[in-house]
Design a protein around this ligand. Structure first.
Ligand SMILES: Nc1nc2c(c(=O)[nH]1)N[C@H]1C(S)=C(S)[C@@H](COP(=O)(O)OP(=O)(O)OC[C@H]3O[C@@H](n4cnc5c(=O)[nH]c(N)nc54)[C@H](O)[C@@H]3O)O[C@H]1N2
Ligand SMILES: Nc1nc2c(c(=O)[nH]1)N[C@H]1C(S)=C(S)[C@@H](COP(=O)(O)OP(=O)(O)OC[C@H]3O[C@@H](n4cnc5c(=O)[nH]c(N)nc54)[C@H](O)[C@@H]3O)O[C@H]1N2
Ligand code: SF4
Ligand SMILES: [Mo]
Length: 699
C-alpha cells in the first residue's frame, strides 16, 4: 500500500465547513500548486468554492508557515523559542508525558483536538494515543451540540432530505446560517431553484448578512428568539387550515396537543419577543402554508444560544405541520452526519477506550487549566497537553481563564500547528504540521452526502510532518504502540476504513474520487417513518432523557434541562440584557476567515480590515458612540477594545462582531471570546457563542 499514485489533480477541502467541497487542483509546470477550483463533476460542489480556498497557494506557500520544531526559551507566551530537531522534540514530549503520568496519573495528560482538519485519519488519530494510554478523554462542545440535539429530538435521525433537492424547491428558508460566508454551495442550489422555478428565498438572521441581501424576504429577529417565531408560524398554519392533518395523524406524536398549546402563541405574542412586525410573521407563515415544497435549511448560528436546542427543534417542527417533509424539494435539513457509518477502530482504537475515564469538556478548558474542581470532574490537574487542529487560546470561551491556564509554568503544552497561532505562542514545544495537499486523508460531508478522498498532491517542505506521524512517534516513545493502528500509513488507514465499513477500497475511491451515500427518496424524506422507536416525528421531545448525538456517557444531562419546555416554545434561558449590560452580542463568522484559520493570509486580513462591533445608529447615539469610534465592550467575564460601526440592519438591542480575530489584532491583546461563556448548555452541552450580554462604551 505504500506505492504513491500518479500526482492527483483532485482533492477535498479539509476545513471545518459543512460544504466539504470537491476540489480540482491546478499546478504550475514547475510543480507548485497554482490554484484550486470547485469540481464541476461533483453535483453538490457544482464548480463553486469560496474565495479563500480558491486562493489556497497563499496559505500553502505562506512565508510565516511553521517549518521546524521549536522549544520555548523565554517565559510562557513570550514568543521566544529555539529550533530543535524532531527527535529531540519527541523525546522531550515523551519524557514530560511519562513524568506527568508517574506523578499525577495518566489522566493528567489531556490530548486536545478539534476540526481544523476534518480528515478522519489526521483529525481522529489522536484518540488512538489517548485510549491506548488512558489519558483524559475530551467531550466535544464547541460546535454541534445544540443543533444536532434539537434536530434529532424531532426527527430521531441526523439525516434528511437530499440537500441537492433545494434546487427543486419552490421556497428555500435559510434559517440561522449565512451560507454566502459559511457554506457557499447552499447558495448555488438555492439560486438554481430561483432561476429554474422562480423559488422564493427567505432568510432568518439577527442582522442583514450577505445572504439576506440576496433573499426575497429577510427576517431580522432578536438573538435567541427563533422558537417564538417558529411557534407563531405554526399557530398561523393551524389557524388558517394549512396543517396537513392526514400527515400529522400518521407521522407525528401529538399534533392535537401541539395545536392546543400553540393557541396562545400568536404572531402578536411572537412580535413582542422577536422584535418582528406581526405582518412579517403572518406573511411568512402564509407563504409557508401555501408552498408545500418549502425546503428549510437550518444552520448552526441560531442554536448557539442557551435555548438553542429548543430553537432548532421548533424550527424543524414547522415542516411536519405542513407535511413538507414528504415532498421532493421539501422538508427540513440540517446535517447528514448520520449517513457515514465508518468503522474507525484502526484510527481511534475505540476498543481500548475506557468509559470510566473522565471526558473533559473542551469549552471548559479555561476552568480546567485553572483548577476548577467541577470542570476537572474530580480527577487530577491537567499537567500536559498535546494540541492538534485547534486554537483554543483564541476560539474557546472564557478567555481570561484560558490565558491564565496556558500561562501556568507547571503545564507542559505541545502544539502541532501550521502557523504560530495564539495557542502555539503559549506552547513549550511547537511542532510544524503539513497542510492538506501534503498528506492523505478522507473527508465526509456535513451539508451533503458524499465522502471524498483528499490524496497527497505535493511534497511538504522539509520540516512539517503529518498528524499521524506525531501520534505514532509519541506512542512509540511512551511505549504504548501495540495497537495495529500505530503501524499504518494514512493510505493504509483509509483503505482499512473503507473495506471494513462496506464502502469499497482505497483503489475504488481513487478511481471515483467520492461516493454518494444519499439513501432512497422514501428513507430521506422519512416516508418509512422517522428515526424514533415509534417512527413518529416528536413534537414532545424527551429532553435530557433520550439518546442524542454527541451525548456524553451515561444519562447525564447538563444544565437546567428539567425546565425545558415540553412542546415547542420560547424558552427563557438566554443571557438577559439588563441595565448594566444593555446589549446582546452575536459573534458571527467572517467571510474571509474560517474560525481562526485564514487570519494569517494577507488577502483575508485586507478584506476583513479590523475587529469591529456593529450596532444600530440610534442605539449607539444613546451611549454617545460615534461611527468608527474606538470602544470598549465588556461584561463580568472581561473587556475588549475594538471599533464601532453604525449599521441600521442589526436587530434591536443586538450588537454583531464578525470573525475570531487573533488576540494581537485587538488593543490590549484580548480577543472576542473574552466575553463569551463556557457554561454547558442544556440538555447535552455546547457553548453558547452567540448568547452574551454586554455593555459598550466610547473611550
Ligand atoms: N467564512 C467562514 N466560514 C465558516 C466558518 C467561519 O468562521 N467563516 N466557520 C465554520 C464552522 S466551524 C461552522 S460550525 C459553520 C457555521 O456556520 P453557520 O451554520 O452559518 O453558523 P454560525 O456561523 O454560527 O452563524 C450563522 C448565522 O447565524 C446568525 N445568528 C446568530 N444568532 C442567531 C439567532 O439567535 N437567530 C438567528 N436566526 N440567527 C442567528 C449569525 O448572525 C450568522 O449570520 O461555518 C463554517 N464555515
Ligand atoms: N466567538 C466565537 N467563537 C467561536 C465560534 C463563533 O462562532 N464565535 N465558533 C466556534 C466553532 S463552531 C468552532 S468549530 C471552533 C473552531 O475553532 P478551531 O478549532 O480553532 O478551528 P480552526 O480555526 O478551523 O482550526 C484550528 C487550527 O487547526 C490548524 N490545522 C489545520 N489543519 C491541520 C492539520 O492537518 N494538522 C494540524 N496539526 N493542525 C491543523 C489550523 O492551522 C488552525 O490554526 O471555534 C468556536 N469559537
Ligand atoms: S466553501 Fe467550505 S468546504 Fe468549500 S472550499 Fe470553502 S471552506 Fe472549503
Ligand atoms: Mo464549528
Amino acid at each position: 500500500m505504500n506505492q504513491q499514485p500518479p500526482k492527483p489533480t483532485f482533492s477535498a477541502c479539509p476545513h471545518d465547513c459543512p460544504s466539504t467541497c470537491a476540489l480540482d487542483v491546478h499546478f504550475y509546470p514547475h510543480g507548485d500548486v497554482r490554484r484550486l477550483n470547485g469540481a464541476k463533476d461533483n453535483d453538490y460542489t457544482a464548480g463553486v468554492i469560496c474565495a479563500k480556498v480558491a486562493r489556497y497557494p497563499e496559505r500553502l506557500y505562506h512565508p510565516e508557515r511553521l517549518l521546524t520544531p521549536l522549544r520555548r526559551t523565554g517565559k510562557k507566551g513570550s514568543g521566544q523559542f529555539e529550533e530543535i530537531t524532531w527527535d529531540a522534540a519527541l523525546d522531550l514530549i515523551a519524557e514530560k508525558f511519562l513524568a506527568a503520568e508517574r506523578e499525577f496519573g495518566a489522566q493528567s495528560v489531556w490530548p486536545y483536538h478539534y476540526a481544523g482538519t476534518m480528515g478522519l485519519v489526521q483529525r481522529d488519530s489522536i484518540h488512538r494515543l489517548r485510549h491506548a494510554k488512558k489519558y483524559s478523554r475530551q467531550f466535544d462542545s464547541f460546535c454541534t451540540n445544540m443543533a444536532w440535539t434539537g434536530y434529532v429530538a424531532g426527527t430521531g435521525s441526523l439525516t434528511g432530505p437530499d440537500p441537492r433537492e433545494m434546487a427543486k424547491s419552490d421556497q428555500v428558508i435559510i434559517w440561522g446560517t449565512n451560507p454566502v460566508a459559511t457554506q457557499v454551495n447552499v447558495m448555488t442550489h438555492a439560486i438554481a431553484a430561483r432561476k429554474k422555478r422562480g423559488a422564493r428565498i427567505i432568510v432568518v438572521d439577527v442582522y442583514q448578512t450577505e445572504t439576506m441581501k440576496q433573499a426575497d424576504i429577510g427576517l431580522i429577529l432578536k438573538p435567541g428568539t427563533d422558537a417564538a417565531l417558529a411557534c407563531a408560524i405554526m399557530h398561523v398554519l393551524f389557524r388558517d387550515g394549512h396543517a396537513d392533518w392526514d400527515y400529522l395523524e400518521k407521522y407525528t406524536d401529538c399534533p392535537k396537543e401541539l395545536e392546543a398549546h400553540l393557541q396562545s402563541r400568536t404572531p402578536d405574542w411572537a412580535a413582542g419577543i422577536t422584535g418582528l412586525a406581526v405582518e412579517q410573521i403572518e406573511e411568512v407563515a402564509r407563504l409557508i402554508g401555501e408552498t408545500k415544497k418549502t425546503f428549510f435549511r437550518l444552520g448552526y448560528g441560531f442554536t448557539r444560544s442557551r435555548n438553542g436546542a429548543v430553537g432548532m427543534h421548533a424550527a424543524c417542527s414547522i415542516a411536519a405541520i405542513t407535511g413538507s417533509y414528504q415532498y421532493e424539494g421539501g422538508g427540513a435539513f440540517h446535517n447528514n452526519g448520520g449517513l457515514f457509518a465508518f468503522n474507525k477502530e484502526r484510527v481511534e482504537a475505540g476498543s481500548l477506550a475506557d468509559k470510566s475515564i473522565r471526558a473533559l469538556d473542551q469549552s471548559l478548558i479555561g476552568r480546567i487549566l485553572t483548577g476548577d474542581e467541577a470542570a476537572l470532574m474530580g480527577g487530577p490537574p491537567v499537567k500536559a497537553m498535546l494540541i492538534q487542529n485547534t486554537n483554543p487560546v483564541s476560539v474557546a470561551p472564557e478567555q481570561e481563564l484560558v490565558r491564565q491556564g496556558f500561562a501556568r509554568e507547571d503545564l507542559f503544552t505541545v502544539v502541532h500547528e501550521q502557523f504560530m497561532t495564539d495557542t502555539a505562542k503559549m506552547a513549550d514545544i511547537v511542532l510544524p504540521a503539513t497542510q492538506f495537499l501534503e498528506h492523505d486523508d478522507i473527508y465526509k460531508g456535513g451539508g451533503h452526502q458524499y465522502f471524498l478522498l483528499g490524496p497527497k498532491a505535493v511534497e511538504p517542505p522539509e520540516g512539517p510532518r503529518e498528524n499521524i506521524y506525531v501520534i505514532n512517534e509519541i506512542a512509540r516513545r511512551v511505549e504504548s504502540d501495540s495497537h495495529p493502528g500505530f503501524d499504518m500509513s494514512a493510505r493504509d488507514h483509509i483503505d482499512w476504513m473503507l473495506q471494513n465499513s462496506g464502502f469499497g477500497s482505497l483503489a475504488d475511491l481513487e478511481a471515483n474520487k467520492w461516493r454518494d451515500l444519499q439513501p432512497d427518496f422514501e428513507t430521506s424524506h422519512y416516508l418509512n417513518g422517522f428515526g424514533h422507536a415509534d417512527r413518529k416525528f416528536h413534537f414532545r421531545p424527551d429532553w435530557g432523557r433520550s439518546a442524542a448525538p454527541n451525548k456524553p456517557d451515561g444519562d447525564t444531562a447538563f444544565g437546567p434541562w428539567e425546565s425545558m419546555p415540553e412542546l415547542p416554545d420560547q424558552w427563557d434561558s438566554i443571557e438577559r440584557a439588563d441595565a448594566q449590560h444593555p446589549f446582546r452580542l452575536v459573534t458571527s463568522p467572517a467571510r474571509s476567515f474560517l474560525n481562526s484559520s485564514f487570519t494569517e493570509t494577507e488577502s483575508s486580513k485586507k478584506k476583513e480590515q479590523r475587529p469591529e462591533v456593529w450596532l444600530r445608529p440610534e442605539e449607539a447615539a444613546q451611549y454617545g458612540i460615534e461611527d468608527g469610534a474606538k470602544v470598549k465592550m465588556g461584561n463580568r467575564r472581561g473587556v475588549v477594545t475594538l471599533h464601532a460601526r453604525h449599521v441600521e440592519t442589526v436587530a434591536p438591542g443586538a450588537v454583531i462582531s464578525e470573525g475570531i480575530w487573533p488576540n494581537s489584532s485587538f488593543e490590549d491583546g484580548r480577543g472576542i471570546n473574552t466575553l463569551t461563556g463556557a457554561d454547558p448548555v442544556a440538555p447535552y452541552g455546547g457553548a453558547a457563542f452567540h448568547d452574551t450580554a454586554v455593555w459598550v462604551r466610547a473611550v
